[in-house]
Design a protein around this ligand. Sequence first.
Ligand code: SF4
Ligand code: MG
Length: 329
Amino acid sequence: KAALLEVRHLHTHFFTKSGTVKAVDDVSFSVKPGETLGIVGESGSGKSMTAMSILGLIPSPPGKIVSGEILFKGEDLLKKSEKEMRQIRGKEISMVFQDPMTSLNPVFTIEKQMVETIRAHEKVSKKQAFERSLDLLHLVGIPDVKKRIKMYPHEFSGGMRQRVMIAMALSCNPSLLIADEPTTALDVTIQAQILELFKKMQDELNMAIIMITHDLGVVAEVCDEVLVMYAGKAVEMTYTKQLFDNGKHPYTLGLMQSIPKITPNKEKLEVIEGLPPDLRRLPKGCHFAPRCKYVMERCLIEGPDMTKVSEHHTVRCLLYEKTKKAVKQ
Ligand code: SF4
Ligand code: MG
């Protein structure tokens, strides 16, 4: 299967008074139709900025995509005009955020917002748009849709509002959905229901999903493949199962230990010591070195490259870099 989205050596920088922030610093990956890629990392690791780069939403200035390619259906999105990108966003690629209120308008009913979204991208009658809205709300598990569609966003609970936003994101049959921490604000039960919903939608609609999260538990639940990011860089990429069975990067291993394990007597939560680095003052060599349990002298001098460790598994760490030859992703 050909890739739906292919990101190659993306670099997105922010030029601030106190220095250049390399928010995305050499990130490459691809997503095939119907697949879910997880992008995981702490806040500030560049996950959301990678998504914003794909969507053409990097605030410029101070931000700028300085190099790389973002091929969507074979065409480079970086060469599109803002007008072309507006058509692609919402229709071809849509997005779901942590806080539904950022994308729902509080003063309009769900009906009005959904019907207008659909009609902004497609030539369909109001009635057709309304029917499709009802179907989508039903698909995402909103009960009593005919009544609920007449309601305003504040009349829904947090979980229901997140479902409405997902229905809205699906309204133009996107081939790619980017979900940025879609369940972070929700309680555990609702979170599980929303993740179920993502899986169901994917089965039914064969859409590709990029799931951005700081939570490896979410990755385990829904993702086929995972990209781990640290300080703007891709540090590990492989299949989800491979990552959990045989994750390699010291940062990935730390993340895995920080998944809460609930045992009969205690709840254990190990966290990786130390803080993510200041992106304006990155340490020389490996950016993870100040927090790494396995740090070696050469890590303080040499920055590692993405290195292939097995089929479809790459890691950025000197422990795995036998020769100085990195794979071209
Ligand atoms: Fe740790 Fe060195 Fe690997 Fe960086 S390169 S993750 S410091 S072992
Ligand atoms: Mg974020």
